[in-house]
Design a protein around this ligand. Structure first.
Ligand SMILES: [Zn+2]
Ligand SMILES: [Zn+2]
Length: 328
């Protein structure tokens, strides 16, 4: 049995304004608490921090981004973890989405520097990693959509041309035990964005999931549906985004995290959501609770006690929760 911690979109935890009197646990402490549960591997689906994006935008300075990475406590905590980290970069790390210049802070050179400097991190972008009986392959950054349109976010054909052929060449056993790690979700699977009120996942990633039916598909990027899982045929799909964003009709703060138990000889996958302590004090605070949705029955995160419907119901059926964020 292999126990894996999956997290993503750590960047949202740093920019939130907590309610008065509540101190937010720093992101590195949060990660420390999570990794203390000891795992065989840690999977991260991108969007580590916003500084690469921000610094790069204002200064376009690679050396400044390097300095920020070197002094980032989250990166060093993960680098010192007992279990290896497998990751892909997200669009806020890559800094290409909104880019109007030719220089990008996270160039291939910088990516190379990072994995040499931080040896516990295994970059999965178009690279196969064997982790016990399981094969991990990833694809970084996000697909181009009308929400994320400019810069170097990839065209759909890129993942089709670059990821699919690598998977095709795997042995049948590797395909069966495959974990696909991407920042962006597959189209139609936990990819409903509150920003544009539409699905924004990748069509060709979905085709890969449909055709190869990997064991697990881990992704983030669409914060609205962080903390949800869904089967797509045989494939357990997991959206592990953080909930740092204020979204249309409710607000959630926190980091979603999952522990998955995999056995190469069994089709059964145990997926459990961990709710890390996000607030410094132990006061009961209605920022997120997990319970059954009155619409679909699924076990889901809720921002308020009085909310009846989970985000998937809200998104797909246009149901309004009775209380709105503005009343808080
Ligand atoms: Zn994100
Ligand atoms: Zn993202």
């Amino acid at each position: 049995m292999t126990k894996i911690l999956v997290i993503s979109d750590l960047h949202q935890g740093t920019s939130i304004t907590p309610p008065a009197g509540i101190r937010v646990v720093t992101q590195d402490r949060l990660i420390e608490n999570l990794i203390a549960r000891s795992h065989d591997a840690i999977l991260i689906a991108g969007d580590f921090q916003d500084y690469m994006w921000n610094e790069g935008k204002s200064t376009k300075s690679v050396s400044l981004v390097k300095k920020r990475i070197e002094s980032d406590p989250v990166i060093s905590t993960l680098n010192n973890a007992d279990s290896p980290v497998y990751f892909v970069w997200g669009n806020t790390d890559i800094m290409d989405c909104e880019k109007e210049t030719t220089e990008t802070p996270l160039t291939d050179e910088l990516r190379g520097w990072f994995t040499t400097e931080f040896s516990n991190f295994n970059d999965c972008h178009k690279q196969i990693h064997q982790m016990s009986d399981f094969t991990i392959i990833g694809y970084q950054d996000a697909n181009k959509t009308d929400i994320y349109s400019s810069g170097k976010c990839w065209e759909e054909t890129a993942i089709h041309k670059e990821l699919r052929p690598i998977i095709e060449k795997l042995s049948n056993e590797q395909k069966k035990q495959l974990i696909i790690l991407t920042h962006t979700p597959p189209r139609g699977i936990l990819d409903f964005s509150s920003l544009g009120s539409r699905h924004i996942g990748s069509f060709y990633l979905r085709e890969i999931i449909d055709d190869f039916q990997p064991k697990v598909s881990v992704f983030g990027h669409v914060h609205y549906l962080g903390g949800y899982t869904k089967y797509c045929g045989r494939t357990q799909c997991i959206n592990v985004s953080s909930f740092g964003l204020a979204v249309s009709h409710d607000i959630l703060f926190g980091q979603s995290a999952f522990e998955i138990l995999l056995d190469s000889k069994s089709e059964e996958i145990s997926t459990s959501m961990i709710v890390p302590h996000y607030w410094e004090d132990k006061k009961k605070h209605a920022f997120v609770e997990y319970r059954s949705c009155q619409g679909c029955g699924r076990y889901a995160p809720f921002a308020r006690r009085q909310f009846k419907y989970c985000r998937i119901c809200l998104g797909s059926r246009r149901i309004q929760n009775q209380e709105t964020a503005s009343k808080v």
